[in-house]
Design a protein around this ligand. Sequence first.
Ligand SMILES: *Cc1c(COP(=O)(O)O)cnc(C)c1O
Length: 467
Amino acid sequence: MKQYLRQLPAVHELQKDPRFDSLKTAYNLNGVQLTKFLQREISSLRQRLLAKELAIEEVAPDFARQLFRSVEVQISLWQEDRLARVINGTGTVLHTNLGRSRLSDAAIEHVVRTAANYSNLEYHLMEGKRGSRHDIIEDLLIEATGAEAVMVVNNNAAAVFLILSALAKQREVIVSRGQLVEIGGSFRVSSIMEESGARLVEVGTTNKTHLFDYEQALSEETAMIMKVHTSNFKMIGFTKTVETEELAKLMEKHKDVLFYEDLGSGALYDFKKHGIGDEPLVREVIESGVDLVSFSGDKLLGGPQAGLIAGKKELIDRLKKHQLARVLRIDKMTLAALEETLKSYLAGPEKIAELPTVRDIIRPAADIKIQAQSFISSLQSSSGKYHSELQESTSQIGGGTMPGVEIPTFIAAIAHENLSADQLSIRLRQTKPAIVSRIQDEQVCIDFRTIDCSEMEALLAGFLASE
Ligand SMILES: *Cc1c(COP(=O)(O)O)cnc(C)c1O
């Protein structure tokens, strides 16, 4: 066998092969990169021969040709995007696994401008000296939320951690047992609290917490009362939570105790107006008397991943000065995306409705129906393998926001002639771009709420490639 292996052409010989140069050109690689691919492929081939997974007779006659062919496969796999675009056919608008919010065109363009150039990120142009990245968009955020002051960190989990570390370390934070939530990706309020050094004081029961529960727990040691949005679950039945207003009233008698609300999503747009959910506006929560709120940038806001903290100026100033603020700071591309997203909010309802997240959530079912019908007829006229039918259904908002809220939508329910729904969905996930669907009653379902007109061609092509 060793003797056979010695017959395999050496790398330096393969480098002289005309196919070496043509691969270099075709895939825009340099000689060193391509040589690495060759070496890797040769060594894997050697191992397979030695392990007898492959017979020498299978490879010997046309060794170079086979080798270059498998090298080419490896190169194209390597060059594919690792972080790849997918078509979201689930109808879940804020799908955390699929990257939550899509950004508006304006936000994307500003990200590109900012990434490609130097910027005044931490530079005061008028004064010609060091500035602060916290100042760049604070005025926009103040206008959008009505808060005295605002700061932005990496995500809302970071915001919670910063607030607890900076303002409640080694002191007590009172939280209702009904709000000790765990959010996807293992974010637990109780664990974050422990990490921050603040001491959790649980009050009430799982289903009921009264104002007197909070009142009785207040002590010299209390730094803060924290209210947490229950985000991804909904309690029904015999329940009681204390409204923000009631707590704010209690806090008036305890001026030295902070009142912080982790809003989770934090809406800047009134979805209630469209009959969707009962998410309060950030502005309303601030007006009702909390000292601080925090919320995500990429949930209902429809911007980039970020954690926004809004509230009393004196507290925000303390947060900005804390060492952790440096650890949790956002980068310039996020800041750019957030700036444009906020400008859309300030430009009024028409611009707000152009933010992809808002647009998808408030999209009328009649609109979605037309899009679903059009897809069904294109699929039927281009392939005989599928049976597809229009169905009424509901979409969820997702991202741990508005649990239990289901908005009417239309789906294409698709069955393949001889593939099961599972098999078809696997094929669809392997197309480029991948198509993520949901399965219902042994059919692959595509909810058009989350599909743009610009994605329709790729969607059809994906189905045809999965035939
Ligand atoms: C989503 C959520 C978080 C975490 O926010 P990220 O921006 O994902 O870090 C924290 N608290 C609540 C209540 C949430 O809903």
